[in-house]
Design a protein around this ligand. Structure first.
Ligand code: AMP
Ligand code: TRP
Length: 342
């Protein structure tokens, strides 16, 4: 008998472990808004429990969580249409994660590139939470039976693991309970690269602030970072193939395409034969037009932390109501007694 829920439901999360970058915005948050606009049921989570897998200063974590919520709303997520909440307020995530810790294998987790990158050379010194990070992520998704997860390219491996966990659980307990969730990795900006090095991902943890555009950067900062972005002396080619050995140039074309909601080829159709002296000011103008209103709104919303906390609390209440029956059924399948009055 099939118990799997196939009604579309979208879940995604972002760590409140620093400011939002253009990579987060183009690779993830814009997709979140699009899916909300399609009228699908959407849940978007500030994954604070994932953030503490590496050290977070408590006051800074609280502030970053509120800023992230402000960024979500400034970018167009509407708490009356999407469920917005912070992970730690819905204990079902952690409860489900424990069950998945007993389904996933050490070998699976040891192969995760994000763990290898974040743990670095001294794996013995990494937190247990950092190693188990992907089982909590699988729990985030599967505790809602989410069918679609919009993310950037770097999360693909974690989503494959989520499917492996769902499949092993279904197999071991002889049920068809958890859906095999589909990653949604789409658009020109699934992997926005550093402005200083086109072979590295744009990241909030890069020591150089010039390597990224932050959602809180003002117009002058955005324009200056694009002007100083590393490029080459060649004009733009007619086809994307001409950018194969030019990662910095390709990155700027992709960013332009994503911001303008068009394809990289359409950008080349417009700029082929032109150099960066022409292209960069146009890109800066586009980025400022797109991002400045978001950053202004984010700062305005962040000025009322009480309001943000109220929204997160209400979102958590709605999320918990969706998670509860799925967690209860999971306990039953596993053989855990749940008879406490609630
Ligand atoms: P994180 O900030 O690592 O929690 O990532 C949050 C979301 O943003 C995930 O879906 C990532 O895949 C996405 N993301 C982060 N950095 C980039 C980037 N440079 N390009 C595209 N997507 C990104
Ligand atoms: N691991 C994701 C990242 O670093 C964040 C995340 C946590 C997430 N739980 C999730 C993304 C569930 C999508 C779905 O970007």
């Amino acid at each position: 008998m099939s118990e799997a829920r196939h009604t579309p439901r979208v879940f995604s999360g972002i760590q409140p472990s620093g400011g939002l970058t253009l990579g987060n915005y183009l690779g993830a948050i814009r997709r979140f808004v699009e899916m909300q606009e399609q009228g699908i049921e959407t849940l978007y989570c500030m994954v604070d429990m994932h953030a503490i897998t590496t050290w977070q200063e408590p006051a800074r974590l609280r502030q970053a969580t509120r800023e992230l919520a402000a960024g979500f709303m400034a970018a167009g997520l509407d708490p009356s249409r999407s469920i917005l909440f912070n992970q730690s307020q819905v204990p079902a995530h952690a409860e489900m994660a424990w069950i998945f810790n007993c389904v996933a294998r050490m070998g699976w987790l040891g192969r995760m590139t994000q763990f290898k990158e974040k743990a670095g050379k001294d794996r013995e010194a990494a937190s247990v939470g950092l190693f188990a990070y992907p089982t909590l992520m699988a729990a985030d998704i599967l505790v809602y039976h989410a069918t679609h997860v919009p993310v950037g390219e770097d999360q693909k491996q974690h989503l494959e693991l989520t499917r492996d966990i769902a499949a092993k659980f279904n197999h071991d307990y002889e049920v068809d309970f958890f859906p095999l969730t589909e990653p949604v990795i789409e658009g020109a900006a699934t992997r926005v690269m550093s402005l200083r090095d086109g072979t590295r991902k744009m990241s909030k943890s890069d020591p150089s602030d010039m390597s990224r555009i932050n959602l809180t950067d003002d117009s002058d900062a955005i324009a200056a970072k694009i002007r100083k972005a590393r490029t080459d002396a060649e004009p733009l080619p007619e086809a994307m193939g001409g950018l194969d050995a030019r990662p910095e140039a390709r990155n700027l074309v992709n960013i332009y395409a994503a911001l303008a909601n068009t394809t990289p080829q359409a950008v080349l159709d417009e700029f082929a034969g032109q150099g960066f002296a022409v292209f960069k000011p146009r890109l800066a103008e586009l980025a400022v037009t797109e991002l400045a209103p978001i950053s202004a709104e984010m700062i305005r919303l962040a000025g009322d932390p009480g309001q943000i906390d109220a929204i997160l609390g209400q979102g958590a209440e709605r999320a918990a109501a969706l998670a509860e029956p799925i967690l209860a059924r999971t306990y039953e399948i596993v053989g855990l007694i749940r008879s406490r009055p609630r």
